[in-house]
Design a protein around this ligand. Structure first.
Ligand SMILES: Cc1cc2nc3c(=O)[nH]c(=O)nc-3n(C[C@H](O)[C@H](O)[C@H](O)COP(=O)(O)OP(=O)(O)OC[C@H]3O[C@@H](n4cnc5c(N)ncnc54)[C@H](O)[C@@H]3O)c2cc1C
Length: 547
């Protein structure tokens, strides 16, 4: 990870310097879509094709539901096999999809990678991913994804999209060896995404159109029902349907159901609200059993804050969100520590599981810390591990920054009811109703003094005493970029029932599918697997359509 960053900076490119973390988004990333188009009050039931009447009826080979990351390669893959494709999305256009706000994708054996010696092979990647996910993911599917992974990112490369290839600088770490990093952000990407479709006239794009139902004939899915922005309902008969609507992070009930009651602050497209998964479930598909997230690596989040999560300094976000990046003491709602705090700042994106378990968690600092943080450059508070975790593009935001507004930001958090200041730990414990806090702070301070933490084994460099009042406590929720975990599939992304049968003509890709396992695998893998799964589903669906 470091290697991408260092060499990229030498090349003088800030965008390139992102170490495949999740960067490039401002808090208002999806502002282009301020007005949510009118939508049908759908219950996403699977309906009998023959029984549904609609003013307009159409036919196609393949319908792709969702034109985000996986929808793009799904449509392209099916079209390249000769199919007529209709691709449908609720958003207003490419500018409102997650595709314009990401940093980079992890792929294997793309046309660019194979130009360099020692390129990452499918076997190496397979073994690395299986071990990295503790052998919990669908091995057949991973194998097949790796087979198409390089060709998937080639679809983007061939659009002319400016990308940086960290492996071209001789990087040897895993992240860099698979890294394909965007060199343009936001709206600048739209013409290249559009070109992918312009190059394939057999795909028709339909924006601001919602798929409300899958249509069935017996067990088989034979089409979709859609409603456009003007309320027109269309029945489309299709030989194959691919659902790729991006998971369910925006759906509070589904998040609580699949994440043990937790709440997650969503940082993605508002339409990643689980509609696709509900369409699939109602058609008989089975949800998988493994769920994970990739967590906000810039600190934390809180539903009560505006904006709800943090970004680099100067972007209008509350600086108290950065505290977890400094390795400060973290406690749960009972006032107990629950993790080695080093992990929160050195592997923030991967700390999701431990934070999710608590759902709400807190940090606590004393006056000495506040004095220091308000007068000392932030960079001095970030350990080497934390810097590597963030990547240079994020780190650049902290360059030369002193958090001299920290008291104002803290007061803002107090006024929004997610922070509290008190002269004693007892008062804080009472305010937040934390029975164990006083004892926890005593034990923690003793560890700070001795340099040995026998509770969570946090290293001495991250043990920061909480001794001199007044004390400042901040409450956090977990912020996430996407949900990882979805509908079970076979090795080629056919949606499956609970008894392991494939539902005829129905395919799943991207975050709607059970592609990953707990734990989150590594930076760039979300996007990489979404592009790859889109292509695999598109090609499988095309073969089915042409039978
Ligand atoms: C800000 C941000 C930065 C990120 N950066 C990275 C990164 O650098 N690297 C990385 O690996 N991952 C990154 N991710 C994660 C990555 O973006 C996701 O993994 C990816 O977008 C998921 O792709 P998808 O195709 O499953 O869903 P999406 O790309 O979200 O596409 C789903 C589409 O379905 C549409 N839709 C939903 N319901 C319906 C319906 N009923 N009918 C029609 N259309 C519907 C939505 O409008 C949406 O456009 C980032 C995520 C965010 C939010």
């Amino acid at each position: 990870m470091k290697e991408i960053s260092r060499r990229s900076f030498l090349k003088g490119s800030v965008a390139a310097a992102a170490a495949l973390g999740l960067t490039g988004i401002a808090p208002s990333a999806f502002a282009e879509e301020a007005e949510k188009p009118a939508e049908a009050e759908a219950e996403f039931a699977a309906l009998d094709y023959a029984a549904v009447e609609a003013a307009k009826e159409e036919e196609t080979d393949v319908v792709v539901v969702g034109i985000g990351v996986s929808g793009t390669t799904a449509a392209a893959g099916a079209a390249d096999k000769g199919c007529k494709v209709i691709a449908i999305d609720r958003a207003v256009g490419f500018q409102a999809t997650n595709n314009v706000n990401t940093t980079g994708a992890w792929h294997v054996e793309s046309s660019e990678q194979v130009k360099y010696e020692g390129y990452i092979t499918k076997q190496e990647a397979f073994e690395h991913i299986m071990a990295g996910t503790n052998y919990q993911c669908n091995a057949r599917l991973i194998r097949n994804l790796l087979e198409v992974s390089g060709r998937a990112i080639d679809i983007v490369i061939n659009s002319g999209m400016p990308l940086l290839y960290p492996f071209s600088f001789g990087a040897t770490d895993w992240l860099s060896r698979g890294g394909h990093v965007y060199l343009v952000d936001g709206m600048e990407r739209v013409p290249f995404l559009q070109k992918i479709f312009d190059d394939r006239p057999n795909i028709e794009l339909r924006w601001q159109t919602q798929v409300t139902n899958l249509l069935k004939d017996g067990d088989a899915v034979v089409g979709v029902l859609t409603t456009d922005k003007d309320g027109n309902v269309t029945k489309i008969r299709a030989k194959s349907v691919i659902v790729c609507t991006g998971g369910f992070l925006q759906n509070k009930e589904m998040v609580a159901k699949y994440y043990g009651g937790a709440e997650l602050v969503p940082q993605d497209n508002r339409y990643n609200d689980g509609e696709g998964i509900q369409l699939l479930q109602n058609a008989g598909a089975q949800m998988g059993k493994n769920f994970s997230i990739s967590m906000n690596e810039m600190g934390s989040a809180n539903f009560k804050a505006t904006p709800t999560f943090s970004w680099a300094p100067g972007r209008g976000t509350n600086a108290t969100f950065y505290f977890p990046n400094f390795g400060l003491m973290l406690v749960n709602r009972a006032g107990d520590r629950f993790m080695d705090e080093r992990r929160m700042c050195e592997a923030t994106m991967y700390s999701g599981e431990q934070a999710l378990r608590e759902s709400t968690y807190f940090t606590i600092v004393d006056q000495d810390f506040m004095d220091k943080i308000s007068t000392t450059p932030v960079i001095d508070f970030l350990g080497e591990g934390a810097k590597a975790n963030m990547g240079q593009a994020l780190l650049a935001g902290f360059d030369g920054v002193v958090l001299d507004n920290i008291y104002d930001d803290f007061e803002e958090a107090v006024s929004q009811d997610w922070a509290f200041k008190a002269d004693t730990i007892e008062e804080l414990a009472e305010h937040f109703n934390m029975p164990n806090l006083v004892k926890t702070v005593e034990t923690y301070n003793a560890a700070c003094e001795s340099g040995v933490d026998d509770q969570m084994y946090t290293p001495a460099e991250y043990l920061i005493p909480v001794k001199k009042g007044p004390f400042y406590m901040v409450e956090y929720n977990v912020g996430a970029w996407l949900t990882l975990g979805g509908i079970k599939t076979d090795g080629n992304l056919a949606a499956q029932t609970a008894d392991g049968k494939s539902i005829p003509n129905l395919y799943v890709a991207g975050a709607d599918a059970d592609l990953w396992s707990v734990p989150y695998y590594q930076g760039g893998s979300a996007l990489g697997f979404c592009y790859a799964s889109g292509l695999l589903a598109g090609e499988t669906a095309a073969e089915n359509a042409m039978k």
